[in-house]
Design a protein around this ligand. Structure first.
Ligand SMILES: Cc1cc2nc3c(=O)[nH]c(=O)nc-3n(C[C@H](O)[C@H](O)[C@H](O)COP(=O)(O)O)c2cc1C
Length: 188
């Protein structure tokens, strides 16, 4: 099978990472793949914040869990059932931020393509990954502004998604089954 299609079929959301660090060259290759993403009018309305300091990741995780417990009891319970960590012990992550702007083209669409590039590039180089929206609990609201400053996120950009990266513990998961009922086809 074509290597790109095979990579697409192999990707899955990993929720248990080894503590083994991600080599810098692989992290760089994944991030560069994100920067290749197309965007409306080539505006590239995103910033990527790469974090591979495990102590910062753990602190961010704890802040997110604490905030979730206050504001989203159902989400908090789901995370407790999964082991109590939002970031699943990942050794590295990329925060995808989107630029706040008035436009009929949603910047989230551009950011979504970046995310897809990051996830597939990670799979292609042998890393596991997980998109993580729930860490937004730590990165929004007044306390979120403190975190964004600490992480040197530029003004005018909002948190969109975190991409967790690393090596899976165990064999990993089967990718989700494709659902062809989502597709309809008009024929002449
Ligand atoms: C925008 C977005 C946000 C997500 N946020 C989370 C999250 O906060 N925590 C989590 O464990 N998984 C999260 N996921 C992963 C999804 O749950 C996962 O992609 C979905 O269940 C399909 O499984 P698969 O990725 O293994 O195919 C998110 C996925 C997307 C696309």
């Amino acid at each position: 099978m074509n290597a790109t299609l095979e990579t697409i079929q192999r990707r899955y959301a990993c929720r248990s990472f080894q503590s083994t660090p991600v080599p810098d060259d692989l992290l760089g290759a994944v991030v560069e793949a994100g920067l290749h993403a197309p965007s409306a009018v080539n505006r590239q309305p995103w910033r990527l914040v790469v974090i591979s300091d495990k102590s910062v990741i753990d602190e961010l995780d704890a802040a997110g869990v604490a905030r979730l417990s206050q504001f989203d009891p159902a989400g908090y319970q789901r995370i407790l059932d999964r082991g109590g960590r939002l970031l699943y012990n990942c050794p590295a992550l990329v925060l995808v931020l989107t630029e706040r702007m008035e436009s009929f083209v949603k910047t989230e669409l551009d950011a979504g393509i970046v995310v897809s590039h990051l996830l597939l590039a990670a799979t292609a180089v042998g890393l596991s990954s997980c998109p993580c929206a729930l860490i937004g609990a730590a990165l929004t609201g007044p306390e979120g502004e403190v975190w964004k400053r600490r992480l040197e996120a530029p003004d005018g950009f909002d948190f969109a998604l975190a991409i967790l990266l690393g090596y899976a513990t165990g064999p990993g998961q089967a990718p989700h089954a494709v659902d062809w009922s989502k597709v309809s086809k008009l024929t002449a």
